[in-house]
Design a protein around this ligand. Sequence first.
Ligand code: GLN
Length: 505
Amino acid sequence: MTSQTANQKGHPRGLYLLFITEMWERFSYYGMRALFMLYMTQALLFDKEFSSEIYGSYTGLVYLTPLLGGYIADRYWGNRRSILWGALMMAVGQFLMFLSACYFHEVFLAKWLMFAGLGTLILGNGFFKPNISIMVGDLYEPGDKRKDSAFTIFYMGVNVGATIAPLWCGLVGNTGHPEDFKWGFLSACIGMLIGAAVFQFYKDKYLVTPDGKPVGNPPKQKPVQASEQIRSKRLFWTMGIATVILASLFAIGGADWIGAFIYATIITVPLSILADSSLTRQERKQICIIFILAFFVIFFWAAYEQAGASLTFFADEQTDRWIGGWEMPASYFQSFGAVFIVLLAPVFAAIWSFLGRHRLEPVSPRKQAIGLFLLSLGYLLIAFGVKGVEPGVKVSMLWLTGLYFLHTMGELCLAPIGLSLVYRLSPARFSSLLMGVWYLSTSAANKLAGLLSSYYPENGVVKNFLGYEVATLYDFFMLFVAMSACAAVVLFVLSKKISKMMGEG
Ligand code: GLN
């Protein structure tokens, strides 16, 4: 059975159901995200600094709650139920955003409706995101070579949604009339409902293992001994208290509260997972590998997520965006990455499958090191493009296009492979929680990205980052070159050892 399915070329239908569901969810997420800053600054008339703070906290928290959603799925609900509830919560969140935008003239009411909406979205994403990602792996036999390419196809679904969303929601919501934002948010709500309906309709038919057993149902409860219950309660409280103490220390050290909480969680949650007494030595080793890789991934996303921050300023102020007689809006650059993914994902999925069949596939951590290296190369390209250019002089948009192209290739080496790895290395009873830990690195990276973006040079002021002076755009981009190249080299060197530990190399 195993060898028969492992040799199949196509993919199970369930993969396409997860593809479509995730596509609509990401449509909803990115559609709202494309309008969010504009809504705050143009309709609610918040200033840029306050809006950026809210935006940063939202994108940070959205990737923190997968820990909770993963935990609840593993222990009580299973993936299917968590996905459905997450989707419905997100639809309610988008509807609250719609209501907020309907009453934007009454700023007090609109603001609180928006906060309620954001809270619901944060919670909903926590239930949805880790659980849908982990289900992809459940459709295959253990050891099936098609998994990396399956996660790559799934990742394409993420990006089809991310490509269409800003275009559609921008078209109906960002018209220059603040009263139209509501149509963008309503579209995001409808998109999420479509995703939820498709999932609910077809899940029983298609979400099955190769031998036809349903996947994603609640775990079979084993009778838990009283002593174990006491131990896990004690662990829970110790973790909670340690998180609060650490977060307070970070806050005293100058971090904002949400950042402090996220940074503290990165330390306490992995430690308390490792302290679980039910883990075998091998399982503990595999979980450590997930944590090591998650650590490297923080550097990737912190540099990559400049797309929504400093790279958009760069597109706006320093890039010549004229094509014939039309000046392309700076925000369009944000869909470049997603468009490249949609174009390149099938190529990468085919490359992994091909190399896999010929036993030439690089080990997974090495693929991720290549991803970091490509990211570094993207920044090197643009650093070269702006070297010696006077402030205010605009450079060709080919530089930024080249950067996004390289970044996208890097993302395809790193992100879907990461999902596949987490699936493979997690003990089944903790898999969704560990996917939550994986997304925790995105949460930390989003916070870090905001911090790094504030080093964007302006008015000739020299800024100092850990002893490195940033005075020009060249210095700024070289900071990212150095950061991602260092991470790439270290991971590359470690990759053989890591893959041996995983039993891959
Ligand atoms: N573009 C990816 C998504 O939205 C990013 C996820 C991540 O891990 N940073 O799913």
